[in-house]
Design a protein around this ligand. Structure first.
Ligand code: MEV
Length: 452
């Protein structure tokens, strides 16, 4: 290993660290050693932990390492299944990758609840994606608009080789619009392009097309030496895709909501639930937490299927603020004795290409789901978002969230405290009627051990 990377004393290395060039040039083994020696009191122990998470099949590990950079280990997250999710009459078993306790359990409970009440009705509204070429033009606006209109067909013709394969699959570039943005930024214009990318998320395709359009635009204006200068600022897809939208709803007569576990009448529950959702529409503080609950479900399925959860979250939150105020993504109505709970959410997902084909568990997830089209995946993901939201709001307006949450968390605390299987079972019984907290569990375990 390179001398520069030797730490003299791992305990004070954090204070003395300066810029260390070339970390990326080290081998994986060297990177791992460097980190352990620099930042851990017991480097050998740390190395062992990191290596224990390497995949035993070196081909799989190589594959995982190549997704990212500077990898030294893997970071496992639990992979669970929500059974019996009835969507448009079809029963799905939905995979979720998530570390937070209660999330899979809540989605499963909500799915079971709605299975016997008609299931989820899902519908894709539209599947269009958006990309932009941002540029500055210092000449006459009229010249820009006229030349763009005259050049539109030529630009499209030049794109033929790039569009060919997507067009064969039924997708492609649907429209390009020139927008005047000079009221918000001097000389700023934008080409807003609309795409259909079929079963692919399509990021690479869209970005390639946009960069090509940008280069053509620059060429046209440079070549013809108009009175004015055109400068391309950037060309990139937008993760805001309000026209890649899916709607899911559940509904039933209010009376059918009745269940002893609600601890109140079906009518009271329906009203309280609808009020809670209205509060999330009115108040951004509550809306943020309400939508976080929705994304607990959505992100977990998006990750399990190898899609980009950051893009999905960014889009969902922008959509939640589309009228200028951040609001709930879900809606609830109680009308004429009928309870309806629904969500409209943009989800730009893919079921071919990218990680969906490269990550072994993403492939597996799509197999469990029956190799869905991207439209079908939009319906499944949005359904889990709605199920998750139903589960969370149902708990909030009935028992409160902590009861169920802390029960699940009990296992984490017991594991942390090194409880045996027998102690875990006894603790589960004890904490059925007692409040779970870290200190209470610690005290319980210590008392139980003293007693023996
Ligand atoms: C916790 O991860 C999510 C909830 O806070 C969502 C909600 O409050 O609706 C339970």
């Amino acid at each position: 290993m390179n001398e520069n990377y030797q730490s003299e004393n791992s305990s004070d290395s954090k204070k003395s660290i300066g810029l260390i060039p070339g970390f990326s040039k080290l081998t994986k083994e060297e990177k791992l050693k460097f980190i352990c020696e620099r930042f851990h009191q017991t480097p050998k122990e740390a190395e062992k932990i990191l290596k224990s998470f390497w995949h035993e099949d070196s081909e799989v590990q190589k594959n995982l390492d190549e997704f990212s950079e500077n990898t030294i280990s893997n970071f496992p997250v639990p992979y669970g299944i929500v059974p019996n999710v009835l969507i448009n009459g079809q029963n799905y078993f939905v995979p979720m990758a998530i570390e937070e306790s209660s999330v899979v359990a809540a989605a499963a409970k909500a799915s079971k609840f709605w299975f016997t009440r008609g299931g989820f009705k899902a519908k894709v509204v539209n599947t269009l994606k958006v990309g932009q070429v941002h540029f500055k033009w210092s000449g006459e606006k009229e010249t820009l608009f006229n030349v763009f209109e005259e050049s539109k067909e030529i630009i499209r013709d030049e794109l033929t080789p790039v569009l060919e394969s997507m067009e064969k699959r039924g997708g492609g570039l649907k429209d390009i619009e020139l927008l005047d943005k000079t009221d918000v930024e001097e000389n700023y214009f934008q080409l807003k392009a609309t795409f259909e990318t079929c079963d692919a998320m399509g990021a690479n395709f869209i970005n390639t097309v946009l960069e090509n359009i940008g280069a053509q635009l620059k060429c046209i204006f440079d070549d013809l030496s108009y009175d004015g200068e055109l400068e391309i600022i950037m060309a990139i897809l937008s993760n805001y895709t309000p026209d890649c939208l899916v709607n899911v709803e559940v509904s039933c007569p209010v009376a059918d909501l009745a269940e002893p576990s609600l601890g109140m009448s079906a009518e009271e529950f329906a009203e309280k639930f609808a009020t809670a959702v209205r509060i999330a529409c009115i108040d951004p503080y509550r809306a943020t937490t309400h939508n976080k609950g929705i994304f607990n479900g959505i992100d977990a399925v998006v990750i399990a299927t190898g899609n980009d959860f950051r893009a999905i979250e960014a889009c969902g939150h922008s959509y939640a603020a589309r009228d200028g105020q951040y609001r709930s993504l879900s809606k609830c109505e109680v009308e004429n004795g009928y309870f309806t709970f629904s969500i409209d959410i943009p989800l730009a997902l893919g079921t071919v290409g990218g990680l969906t084909t490269l990550h072994p568990l993403a492939k597996f997830s799509l197999d469990i789901l029956g190799r869905p089209s991207s439209k079908e995946l939009m319906e499944i993901v949005a359904t889990i978002g709605l199920a998750q939201n139903f589960g969370a709001v149902r708990s909030l307006v009935t028992t409160g969230i902590q009861k169920g949450h802390m029960k699940m968390h009990l296992m984490n605390i017991l594991n942390h405290l090194g409880a045996t299987d027998e102690e875990r079972e006894d603790a589960k019984i004890y904490f059925k009627d007692n409040i779970v907290s870290f200190s209470e569990v610690k005290k319980y375990l210590s008392d139980a051990r003293d007693y023996q």
